[in-house]
Ligand binder design. Structure first.
Ligand SMILES: [Zn+2]
Length: 168
């Protein structure tokens, strides 16, 4: 494992590296150990967040979107990840609130992935790997849409048309 902080990439002396592995499971500098300590995140959210960071995903922990705090957000891929405990599955009010949130995020172009705690505890690596694939697909999709807009734009205003327009 690389002896550098997964948040800021700074090199870690052996004592900091070992302490971090023992207490957090991943390499973090002293500042980022404090950063994580100050979050009110559940152990499962943290576990998934670290697994994604280890895969190089630009994930953000407890991202405030102006309305609510998202457990884990990947803004580049427009994917929000919510880590859900059992109350999300069995409480109908909570389920409806979740559905409404998913709808409002979707309207802003964000897809919400709901990951149950139990899955993270059972196999966090497999979970992170599938989310990783999902993020790659989402980024490609965003990129393809951008290219398509670009092509349409060229069809409508190509250089010759613009020149003709200027002469008139
Ligand atoms: Zn750091």
């Amino acid at each position: 494992m690389k002896k550098s902080c997964i948040e800021c990439n700074s090199f870690l002396p052996s004592n900091v590296f070992n302490y971090s592995l023992e207490n957090f499971g991943v390499p973090l500098c002293r500042n980022h150990q404090n950063f994580i300590r100050n979050k009110k995140t559940t152990p499962e959210t943290l576990k998934l967040y670290f697994a994604l960071r280890m895969l190089g995903v630009p994930a953000e922990l407890e991202k405030f979107d102006g309305y609510k705090t998202i457990d884990i957000a990947v803004v580049e891929a427009k994917v929000n990840i919510e880590v859900d405990g059992m109350q999300h599955k069995y409480n109908s009010r909570q389920a409806l609130a979740d559905l409404k949130r998913t709808y409002y995020s979707f309207k802003k172009g964000y897809i919400t992935l709901r990951i149950p705690n139990t899955l993270i505890n059972w196999n966090v690596n497999e979970t992170a790997k599938y989310i990783f694939n999902f993020l790659n697909e989402s980024e490609e999709r965003n990129w393809e849409e951008n290219e398509l807009i670009q092509e349409d734009w060229n069809d409508i205003f190509d250089v010759e048309d613009l020149e003709d327009f200027e002469h008139d």
